[in-house]
Design a protein around this ligand. Structure first.
Ligand code: ZN
Length: 185
């Protein structure tokens, strides 16, 4: 017998609620750690574009998915994701039209000074404030650079593939830049 639309909706909702009753594991179901940008257009867009849902992946974000330290917070999060939470692959995902590729160093400095940041502190962060925040000129080159840095980081295991991708926040298209299976060490 064919179900009515109403029956379909109610049946779907019963399954939906049953699934919600099972608490999700903190171990990611798809065993993925993703490192991407904090850009607002990626929220609720990048994961569905990759077929990932709640509970599937560890998601690490910062401005421009940049790596400014070999043992900083990004690497620490990846270490925990891999060794303690069972992640088996790492995805570094940059995106088109990233704000970090258009940072104006002088304006950034002026605004920080205006808001009360001590000039001596900014002087410490020189020669390049933009370098300190991780600014770049080319988002694709940044992804490739981050993948290469992670690949050679001795804190990460050699058997974990590290992929590099670009995402288009306008249409949701993913483009593969680095095939992590091909450069396993
Ligand atoms: Zn961005």
């Amino acid at each position: 017998m064919q179900m009515s639309l109403l029956d379909e909706i109610l049946a779907h909702n019963r399954r939906f609620v049953e699934e919600r009753e099972r608490p999700l594991s903190k171990v990611p179901a798809r065993k993925i750690a993703m490192f991407t940008c904090m850009d607002t257009r990626l929220v609720e867009f990048l994961e569905p574009a990759m077929g990932l849902g709640r509970g599937d992946a560890k998601v690490i974000k910062n401005a421009g998915n940049t790596l400014v330290s070999a043992d900083g917070s990004v690497v620490r999060s990846l270490v925990v994701a891999v060794y303690s939470l069972g992640c088996e692959e790492i995805y570094v995902i940059g995106h088109r039209d990233c704000g970090m590729s258009q940072l104006d160093e002088d304006e950034l400095e002026r605004r920080m000074l205006e808001r009360g940041v001590p000039r001596q502190l900014l002087t410490l962060l020189h020669p390049s404030l933009v370098e300190w925040v991780g600014g770049f000129h080319n988002a694709e080159a940044n992804v490739k650079n981050v993948v290469a840095q992670l690949r050679s980081n001795p804190l990460l295991p050699r058997d974990v593939p590290i992929h590099g991708m670009m995402f288009d926040p306008a249409n949701g298209r993913l483009e593969l830049l680095v095939d992590g299976y091909a450069n396993l060490m």
